[in-house]
Design a protein around this ligand. Structure first.
Ligand code: SF4
Length: 337
């Protein structure tokens, strides 16, 4: 079968999206954009990219920030381990972004895809990217049924992607196939009419665009119930810093009680104070559905709270990085954040 690189490069020269990280060859900025865009839509990621590039224009500026500052800037983007890894990787660079594939791949939070993307886009190195868009385009054009989330599938698609790569134009080609998957060969309703690969596309010929790509495993979702208590004590409220081994590590939240059902929790240190729910929200993450409820309680100055909670002035809440769910729940009780 004919290689797909020539028609894709021609298509890209006409329809390339003008995105801020495409106006630079600085590997540090390209790395920033790649980490921000993992599991994030371009529209949302653009705003965060601009904010990060302005606040931390160099590896050293990012390395010298505190983790709280990085998390605060990341607030609302989700998958917070990306921000922690970004910060750790910046520290490991000692002011210089790595120049080799091995050096880039060794950065914390950088996998095969991201290393290939950075090295090809910034240095034009001949590494083919394989992301969700590439899996979709290749499985459809070549009519491949191997599940993309199986070990065999990963090997097969990455070998095929490498054979399709235009090695002299790795930077443009990789961006072309990803853009093409994001805008033409989309998951639903691909624009097969007028598609530059239509003539050679097996899925189109066999009417199988909806079946491809194939996935083996369905993501299992667990359900959790988070009860957040907004404790007012005069002009102060309380926060809690989340620990490791769970979502939102090192972010701040209101005192939390997790239950296995939606039943209201019993909280010993409230000493019988009534918990009145002020609002509930459903929050969907990749592997979990969380039902978050917020309660408001006023306590006298004499009340003692567990030492794990941090007492802060109400007006200081905006200085802390808090998960999106907590932000939305605070909006329900009209708290400024
Ligand atoms: S013809 Fe349709 S399915 Fe095939 S590559 Fe083009 S847009 Fe995708």
């Amino acid at each position: 079968m004919k290689k797909i690189s020539a028609p894709l490069l021609e298509w890209y020269s006409m329809y390339k999206r003008d995105l801020p990280w495409r106006r630079t060859k600085d590997p540090y900025l390209i790395w920033l954009s790649e980490i921000i865009l993992q599991q994030t839509r371009v529209a949302q990621g653009t705003e965060y990219y601009l904010r990060f590039a302005k606040t931390f224009p160099t590896p050293s500026s990012l390395a010298s920030a505190t983790e709280d500052e990085v998390l605060k800037l990341w607030q609302g983007l989700g998958y917070y381990s990306r921000a922690r890894n970004l910060h750790a990787a910046a520290k490991s660079m000692k002011g210089k972004f790595p120049r080799t594939y091995e050096g880039v791949r060794a950065l914390k939070g950088v996998g095969d895809y991201t290393a290939a993307a950075i090295c090809s886009i910034a240095y034009n190195m001949p590494y083919a990217v394989v992301d969700g868009n590439v899996y979709r385009v290749l499985s459809r054009v070549f009519g491949i049924d191997t599940p993309i989330d199986s070990n065999d599938g990963k090997k097969q698609f990455s070998a095929l992607a490498q054979t399709q790569l235009d090695k002299k134009n790795a930077s443009e080609y990789n961006q072309a196939i990803m853009d093409f998957g994001a805008t033409v060969c989309t998951p639903q309703c691909p624009q097969c009419k007028g598609c530059p690969l239509a003539k050679q596309c097996v899925a189109r010929r066999k009417n199988r665009t909806e079946e491809l790509p194939v996935k083996e495993k369905k993501t299992k979702l667990s359900t959790r119930y988070f009860h957040y208590i907004y404790v007012e004590q005069g002009n102060c409220i309380y926060l809690h810093k989340r620990g490791g081994g769970d979502i939102w590590q090192n972010l701040y939240e209101l005192p939390l009680f997790e239950t296995s059902t939606e039943k209201r929790p019993k909280v010993a240190w409230l000493k019988g104070a009534e918990l009145t729910p002020m609002g509930t929200l459903k929050h969907v993450l990749s592997h979990q559905i969380i039902y978050g409820t917020i309660y408001k309680v006023k306590l006298p100055h004499s009340a003692k709270l567990p030492t794990e909670f941090i007492k802060i002035k109400k007006g200081d809440l905006k200085k802390y990085a808090i998960p999106r769910l907590v932000q939305k729940l605070l909006e329900k009780i009209k708290t400024e954040i």
